[in-house]
Ligand binder design. Sequence first.
Ligand code: ADP
Length: 226
Amino acid sequence: MSYITFKNICKSYDNKTQVLKGIDLEVEEGELLTLLGPSGCGKSTLLRCLAGLEQVQQGHILLEGRDITVLDARQRQIGMVFQQYSLFPNMTVEQNMAFGLKIQRLSKAEINDRINEALAMVGLQDKADAYPAQLSGGQQQRVALARAIVTRPKVLLLDEPLSAIDAKLRKSLQVEIRRIQKQLNITTIFVTHDQDEAMVMSDRICLLNCGKIEQMDTPIAIYTHP
Ligand code: ADP
């Protein structure tokens, strides 16, 4: 059984144009699967359906064999990082990270331990008291990643997390995200429209076009038989 299963997912925003046209997709536990495709092909929509931020019109989504199609977003235990860093500007790094943990009603000590561990993982131990505006774009995105993993989600969703970051830093963050993903063995879906980024990051790549899956394979197979 796969860790995540999308069964015949159909989604439209206005009941006229179908954005997702019957997506069947299985994601294995611990893998990093990339959704690759041109802008507007439905990558973010598929992620948002999995996160529970959008409702599907048809089909089912299973996580660990459990049907979560109509489950509230907060009950899905899914962490998400967006292109825009989306940190709370009026909160320090530590407060940003504690937010989700307080909702989980963890003890103060546990919250501190987890925050320190996650900040160490992204190399920002010394920034706990900084506000987002005092950090570079790359640092803010690392905090967003740390904030997502600190709650120990079942799935990590990364929606073009590096698009707003300059090319040089982007390469090092690709390596860093991949290292953390492997270290935590966290099942991850990564969205990008950048083919090179998909090649270096992924265990498997799912090529989407106009709301349909065109090809699904390892980076090397996609590179040699596009
Ligand atoms: P991608 O992530 O591949 O760029 P999206 O999933 O963001 O694509 O968008 C797919 C299509 O759905 C696009 O045509 C987009 O304009 C449309 N769309 C996305 N979000 C909404 C929304 N909230 N309301 C209406 N249309 C939307």
